[in-house]
Design a binder for this molecule. Structure first.
Ligand SMILES: [Zn+2]
Length: 244
C-alpha cells in the first residue's frame, strides 16, 4: 500500500491488514559524475515498494533531503541539519501513529554517519513519546552487509556511487546513468574534521563503478527486499499487542 496512491478508505482498510509502515529517507547528493543527485531516494523508495510486494506494509512517500556532511560542498548536494532530519522523522511518525500505525521502519538510502545518528535519535524519541510504537532504523548498507550479498558484490568497501549504486541505477533508471566514473576512495585524515572536503574526496565516488551491471542491480534490490522483509517480520513479532 503506497501511501501517495491510496485513498482514505483504502488507508482505513489497510489498517486491518497491517500496522507497519516503511518511511524511506533519501538525499539530494552528488553521486560521482555519472549518477543522478536523487540516487539514494530513488533506490530506497523502489526498495520499499519491492518489499511491499512481498509483505503487507504501508510505504510512506520518501523524504527527499538528508544530512550530507562529507559531500556538502560538491555541486548539487542539498544538505539539512541533523535537528531538521530528526524533527522530520519524529513528526512523520507521530502523525502516522495518530492514524493507527505502530511499527515504523525508518530506512535510509543515504548512509552517512551523522544522518543515521539523527534518525536513530528520532527513533529513540518516538519510542519515548509514543507508548505502543516500535521502531527500526537502518540504512541500505546494513542490508548489503548481510550474508546473501557475499559473492554478488565484488568491490570491497563499496559505499557511494560505486559498484552497488551504479548497478542499481543501471537497473532502475538506465537513461539517467551518464557513462561512468573512475574508481575512487576518500582520503579524509581520520577523525580530524576538515573545511575543504573536496580536497580529500574530489570526485565523490567511494568504490568502483566499473564493476557495475544492470543484472547485479536487479539481484541487489531483490535481495535487499527479502532482507528488509525479514527484518520487518522480526519487528512485528516483537509486538504482542497491536499487530494484526
Ligand atoms: Zn548513495
Amino acid at each position: 500500500m503506497i501511501l501517495e496512491n491510496i485513498t482514505m478508505p483504502d488507508f482505513q482498510k489497510g489498517l486491518t491488514k497491517t500496522r507497519t509502515i516503511i518511511v524511506p529517507f533519501g538525499s539530494v547528493e552528488e553521486h560521482g559524475s555519472h549518477l543522478p543527485l536523487g540516487t539514494d531516494t530513488i533506490h530506497v523508495y523502489e526498495l520499499a515498494k519491492e518489499a511491499a510486494g512481498l509483505h503487507p506494509v504501508f510505504v510512506a512517500p520518501p523524504v527527499w533531503y538528508g544530512l550530507c556532511r562529507s559531500t556538502c560542498q560538491h555541486p548539487g548536494t542539498v544538505t539539512l541539519q541533523g535537528l531538521t532530519v530528526r524533527s522530520l522523522a519524529m513528526e512523520i511518525c507521530t502523525a502516522l501513529y495518530s492514524h493507527g500505525l505502530r511499527n515504523f521502519v525508518l530506512i535510509s538510502g543515504h548512509a552517512g554517519g551523522t544522518h543515521m545518528a539523527s534518525l536513530v535519535d528520532a527513533g529513540e524519541k518516538v519510542l519515548d513519546s509514543l507508548p505502543r510504537s516500535q521502531v527500526a532504523v537502518l540504512s541500505v548498507l546494513d542490508l548489503t552487509a548481510l550474508p546473501p550479498f557475499s559473492g554478488l558484490i565484488e568491490c570491497k568497501g563499496d559505499s557511494h556511487a560505486g559498484e552497488v549504486e551504479t548497478s542499481l541505477m543501471l537497473h532502475l533508471r538506465p537513461k539517467d546513468v551518464k557513462g561512468t566514473s573512475h574508481e575512487e576512495y576518500p582520503s579524509f585524515p581520520g577523525k580530524i574534521l576538515v573545511r575543504d572536503k573536496r580536497r580529500y574526496w574530489p570526485n565523490g565516488v567511494w568504490g568502483d563503478p566499473s564493476k557495475a551491471s544492470p543484472e547485479k542491480g536487479k539481484a541487489i534490490i531483490e535481495r535487499e527486499a527479502v532482507a528488509l522483509v525479514e527484518m520487518i517480520k522480526q519487528l512485528e513479532s516483537l509486538d504482542e499487542v497491536e499487530s494484526i
